[in-house]
Design a binder for this molecule. Structure first.
Ligand code: DX5
Ligand code: ZN
Length: 220
C-alpha cells in the first residue's frame, strides 16, 4: 500500500489540535512537518516550540523535513521530539555522509531531500546508507504550488538507481501531489506521498487520505 504523509503546513495553525486529531483518526502513515528558516528557503514556517506541542498529541510517526542550513546542529532536538524520519537537504549538507551517520546514531531513520534541479546521480555513493530519498516536486518553501512535470522521469531514474544498488531506500515525493499527479507518481515507483493542500482543502480529508493510500503502482 502506498504510504501517505500529510503535510501540516496546510493545516489550520489557529486550531492545530483539531487537524492533528483528524490525522490520528485517519489512515495516514506519518505526519510530515516542514521546518523552514528563511535562509535555505525564502519562507519561515514553524520551529521547536510548535514541533514539541505537535509531537505531544500526534500518534503517527513524525516525518520531519528540514529546509534549513546546517541541519546537523539540530539532530539532538529532532531526536528529543521522538521523530521517526529526519530529512535533510542534499544542498544544505557538505558532509552528508557524516550527517547521515549522526542521524542513525541518534536512533532515527535518515532521508535525503533533493531540490528539483539536483539530479538523482549525486546520491550514487550514498544511496545504500539511506532509508529514504525525498524528491521535491516543487521548489521548496511554499505549499499549494504547481507540480513540476519532469519529476515523473526523475522518480523513474531514482527507482532504477535503488534497484541497481540494492538499496532499501523508500521514495517520497513532496509538492503538488493531487488526484491527477498522485497516480502517475505511484505508477512511476513512489512509496510515500506527501500531500498538503490536497488533503487539508478537502471536504473530507480522511477520505482523501484513504483514496491516496489505495493507489497501486510498481511495488504494491
Ligand atoms: C513545501 C513543503 C511541502 C508542502 C507541500 O516546501 O515541503 O511539504 O507542504 O504542499 P502541497 O502538497 O500543497 O504542494
Ligand atoms: Zn515537505
Amino acid at each position: 500500500m502506498t504510504k501517505v504523509s500529510p503535510s501540516l503546513l496546510a493545516a489550520n495553525f489557529a486550531n492545530l489540535s483539531k487537524d492533528i486529531d483528524m490525522i490520528n483518526r485517519s489512515e495516514a502513515d506519518w505526519l510530515h512537518l516542514d521546518v523552514m528558516d528563511g535562509v535555505f528557503v525564502p519562507n519561515i514556517s514553524f520551529g521547536f516550540p510548535v514541533l514539541e506541542a505537535v509531537a505531544k498529541i500526534c500518534k503517527k510517526p513524525l516525518d520531519v523535513h528540514l529546509m534549513i542550513v546546517d541541519p546537523d546542529k539540530f539532530i539532538p532536538q529532532i531526536q528529543a521530539l521522538g521523530a521517526y524520519m529526519m530529512n535533510v537537504h542534499y544542498e544544505a549538507c557538505p558532509h552528508l555522509h557524516r550527517t547521515i551517520q549522526q542521524i542513525h546514531d541518534a536512533g532515527m531513520k535518515a532521508g535525503v531531500t533533493l531540490n528539483p534541479h539536483t539530479p538523482v546521480s549525486v546520491l550514487e555513493e550514498i544511496i545504500q546508507d539511506l532509508d529514504m530519498v525525498l524528491l521535491m516536486t516543487v521548489n521548496p518553501g511554499f505549499g499549494g504550488q504547481k507540480f513540476i512535470d519532469n519529476s515523473i522521469q526523475k522518480v523513474r531514474r531514482l527507482r532504477q538507481l535503488i534497484q541497481q544498488t540494492n538499496s532499501h531506500a523508500l521514495i517520497e515525493v513532496d509538492g503538488g501531489v493531487n488526484g491527477n499527479t498522485a497516480p502517475r507518481l505511484v505508477e512511476a515507483g513512489v512509496d510515500v506521498l506527501v500531500a498538503g493542500s490536497y488533503v487539508f482543502s478537502a471536504e473530507n480529508p480522511e477520505e482523501r487520505i484513504k483514496e491516496l493510500k489505495k493507489l497501486k503502482g510498481l511495488k504494491n
